[in-house]
Write a protein that binds this ligand. Structure first.
Ligand code: AMP
Ligand code: ZN
Length: 517
């Protein structure tokens, strides 16, 4: 399916919202900077990853093909990498020390946090990228790229490493606006400039010589490891070609990371064409109005929220967390609050209940027209109403991923379905099912597309709460069968006090946790 719509996004390079125009019409090739896998990803990281997911979903919804690459940084990211001339420790090495003997070596640590990251990715219903390349598996092409930069006069070697010569790339600064040496030096403390042979304070490391580093590779410049910026230029070129349509990441990456990526990639391709046409940056997430930080106690990893309470988490439905992150547009500052999380959990429940109504109606197969609620627009077919709602939801997404607007419009559809309740005919239910599928494909908030991919687990066996609830429900069923209604009611009260909602129907009894986060 293709439509006349086009996806408009704010381009950091042009400072304007503009239509995305893929180099190959109808095929969006894009790259989004992935995580550094030295610890669990936090909800701010996922706000940025979600932007890339929404770009992929919206592009697919307007009928484009997509090739989406998002890397895993498992080497070479230093603790001071937000500075022009980073020093400090490698984040992975620092993490290994912090974790004591938990991991036998740095590769085990990287593997563990990569797996955890991918679990979170799936839990939040983000679509899998076409390629998720790991930096450690692409060091040879990174070395080749550095060699080429040296040959072309864009890089030089010192005793400590190989540096990109910023002076050789006059466009340096075009993304961030940081052009003067003073701008670029801002924030760099003198003691961090530790290589006296650097020709220009703006120059950044492509290769660090370090025969003692825990992760090291053999190179023309001796043992060492690549700089952080080179991995993305190289892996992007490897899987998407020298020129791509779009590159995304969090706002902190504009400078120096993305500025450096542009310098490297455009010096390598050297044909005057931009590395990426559109640059998309997600504003940082804050918690209850403050910067998220461990010392303030307002720092949340995804797992802190979605793990079951029995395992130390808060038992939040991952789709509710996704809904919360969607409730602010990526380009505006976002304030994560407990209240939004709670409201989102209710909204997700409304979607799930609507989906259950539709499923029931499909099973019942009631005869009759595809019709909208009585009294609301008695002439209108539900399918037409929902088609209009979906079209407006997609319009909102094409308008610079206006997720709050998209959610508000989609909610009209949920209200419509709840308004019909048990009156859904089979014909209406089919229209409704199609709408739920389209809405889920676009926003990912009705069900998790990854469900069923992993081996199903026995919930009751894994979760002590579920075990207890099911034992009480069995006892209640027995009490009712024995005519002991006082005991049955007492058990219901006990479950209620435990925060469990019990639902009896002709098909039997089901239960769920009441929403409380
Ligand atoms: P890192 O693992 O530090 O390399 O970060 C992975 C991604 O998360 C990058 O695109 C960062 O810009 C982004 N990021 C980090 N902190 C936040 C935050 N508080 N809000 C939104 N994005 C963030
Ligand atoms: Zn990157």
């Amino acid at each position: 399916m293709s439509s006349d719509r086009t996806l408009c996004l704010y381009n950091t390079l042009s400072h304007d919202v503009e239509p995305v125009e893929p180099i190959e019409p109808g095929h969006l090739r894009f790259y989004s900077c992935g995580p550094t896998v030295y610890t669990y990803a936090h909800i701010g990281n996922f706000r940025s990853f979600l932007t890339a997911d929404l770009i992929a979903r919206t592009a697919a919804a307007i009928g484009w093909d997509t090739t989406f690459v998002s890397n895993i940084t498992d080497v070479g990211h230093l603790t001071q990498d937000d500075l022009v001339d980073p020093s400090g420790e490698d984040k992975m090495t620092a993490a290994l020390e912090r974790e004591g003997t938990r991991f036998a070596n740095i590769y085990d640590l990287a593997r563990f946090y990569t797996a955890a990251f991918l679990d979170d990715w799936r839990a939040l219903n983000l679509r899998m990228p076409d390629v998720q390349p790991r930096a450690t598996e692409h060091v040879t092409p990174q070395i080749k790229a550095v060699e080429q930069l040296v040959e072309k006069g864009h890089a030089y070697e010192t005793d400590q490493g190989v540096y990109f010569a910023v002076e050789s790339f006059p466009d340096y600064g075009k993304l961030s606006g940081n052009r003067s040496a003073e701008d670029l030096e801002a924030g760099v403390r003198e003691e961090l400039i530790d290589d006296p042979d650097k020709r220009d304070p703006r120059d950044f490391a492509l290769w660090k010589k370090d025969p003692d580093h825990l992760m090291q590779w053999h190179s023309p410049w001796g043992w060492g490891f690549p700089g952080w910026h080179i991995e993305c230029s190289v892996m992007s070129a490897e899987y998407l070609g020298d020129h791509i349509d779009l590159h995304a990441g969090g706002e902190d990456l504009i400078f120096p990371h993305h500025e450096c990526e542009i310098a490297q990639a455009e010096s390598l391709s050297d044909d005057g064409e931009p590395f990426a046409r559109t640059w998309v940056h997600t504003r940082f997430l804050q918690v209850e109005g403050e910067k998220m930080s461990k010392s303030k106690g307002n720092f949340f990893t995804v797992r802190d929220l979605i793990e079951p309470e029995a395992e130390g988490g808060r038992g939040v439905d991952p789709l509710a967390l996704r809904y919360t992150l969607l409730s602010g547009q990526y380009r505006k500052p976002f304030n994560f609050t407990k209240k939004t999380l709670k409201d989102s959990a209710r909204m997700i429940r409304r979607y799930q209940d609507a989906a259950a109504l539709v499923e029931d109606a499909l099973e019942r197969g009631a005869a009759g027209d595809d019709h909208a609620p009585q009294g609301d627009d008695p002439q209108g077919a539900l399918g037409d109403r929902l088609r209009d709602i979906y079209a407006r939801t997609l319009d909102a997404m094409c308008d610079d991923l206006n997720t709050p607007q998209a959610l508000a419009v989609a909610h009209e559809g949920v209200k419509l379905l709840h308004g019909m309740g048990g009156d859904l005919t089979a014909a209406s239910a089919q229209s409704a099912q199609r709408w739920l599928e389209q809405t889920n494909a676009l926003l990912g908030i009705v069900w998790n597309e990854h469900d069923g991919e992993a081996a199903p687990t026995d919930d009751a066996a894994d979760d002590p709460l579920a075990e207890k609830v099911e034992a009480l429900l069995d006892e209640r069923a027995q009490a009712r069968a024995d005519g002991n209604y006082d005991r049955a009611d007492a058990i219901r009260d006990e479950l209620d006090a435990m925060g469990i909602e019990v639902m009896d129907s002709s098909d039997g009894t089901t239960w769920r946790k009441k929403i409380d986060v």
